[in-house]
Design a protein around this ligand. Structure first.
Ligand code: CP
Length: 304
């Protein structure tokens, strides 16, 4: 396993997170460089993606590297039965870095263990999405001026939402207060609440997305109910529309409140929120370019 792999957000500590955020800031000032000249980066997406794949690939292109890979595993030899291990070993022959999204939890860890090429986890099932977390942290820092002592309300699919799992773990260094707003079927898993208890993180659990919760939040982190994670489609239909944010609900919110969402959204944020200055999800996605430029350089051991 390559020590520069990033499989879980817990692979990096507080100082490394801050160093990467500073690197992202410098990339935002100047995203076009020759830093990756001569490097080949493989993007292996076994699950659909718009932002993660395109921002990683843009990051490589803007740094002068080359990209190989696939966005549809059905066009690869995995559809003929090739194992993930063999696929990773093959790609390691060609690329300096592997960026992989997979539908199975643990797939990124497994991939990192069968190669000496660094691996960045671009999302593994309902488990982790550490590069999303870096752009979320960068977005929070840019909008709040700090990562410390913030009240963060996570809403929607907290069970399968890998972005909220990674973000919760990363925030442990910054004394957050969390509110978890979800129905029973999509509640934050026990292991993450245990993580909060173990790390002295304050949290409260809510079924209602109430004015009291909204008006005392610094960050509201909305999530999509992920149809693709449900084995029982009737259960999905029952819970898919339970939490939705509209502009009127923000009337008495804090001035510094920002609405984040990893995207894609379905209908959990009404279109009328988009023009509210507190809506930050499109800028958040743009921040992914700079955060991922920093992560790519870290994985390749390049100072930038
Ligand atoms: N936020 C995120 O992971 O988006 P994509 O699924 O489009 O990559």
């Amino acid at each position: 396993m390559n020590q520069n792999s990033l499989v879980s957000i817990s692979d990096i500590g507080r100082d490394e997170i801050l160093r990467l955020l500073e690197m992202a800031r410098r990339f935002e000032e100047n995203p076009n460089r020759d830093t990756l000249a001569g490097k080949v980066v493989a993007t292996l997406f076994f699950e659909p993606s718009t932002r993660t794949r395109l921002s990683f690939e843009t990051a490589v292109n803007r740094l002068g590297g080359r990209v190989i890979g696939f966005s549809d595993a059905g066009t690869t030899s995995s559809s003929k039965g090739e194992t993930l291990k063999d696929t990773i070993k093959m790609v390691s022959n060609y690329a300096d870095l592997i960026i992989m999204r997979h539908y199975l939890e643990g797939a990124a860890r497994y991939a990192s263990e069968v190669t000496e090429t660094p691996v960045i986890n671009a999302g593994d099932g309902a488990n982790q999405h550490p590069s999303q977390t870096m752009l979320d942290l960068y977005s929070i820092y840019k909008t709040q001026g700090t990562l410390e002592n913030l009240t963060i309300t996570m809403v929607g699919d907290l069970k399968y939402g890998r972005t909220v799992h990674s973000l919760l773990m990363a925030m442990r260094y910054f004394n957050p207060t969390f509110r978890f707003v979800a129905c029973d079927e999509l509640a934050m898993p026990r292991e993450y609440m245990d993580f909060c208890d173990k790390n002295g993180i304050r949290y409260s659990v809510h079924r209602d997305f109430s004015p009291e919760v909204i008006n005392t939040s610094d960050i509201i982190y909305m999530t999509r109910v992920q149809r693709e994670r449900f084995t029982d489609i009737m259960e999905y239909e029952r819970v898919k529309d339970l939490y939705s944010l509209n502009n009127a609900m923000l009337a008495d919110s804090r001035d510094n409140l920002r609405i984040l969402h990893p995207l894609p959204r379905v209908n959990e944020i009404a279109q009328d929120v988009d023009d509210n200055p507190k809506a930050y999800y499109f800028e958040q996605a743009r921040n992914g370019l700079y955060a991922r430029q920093a992560l790519i350089c870290r994985a390749l051991g390049i100072e930038a």
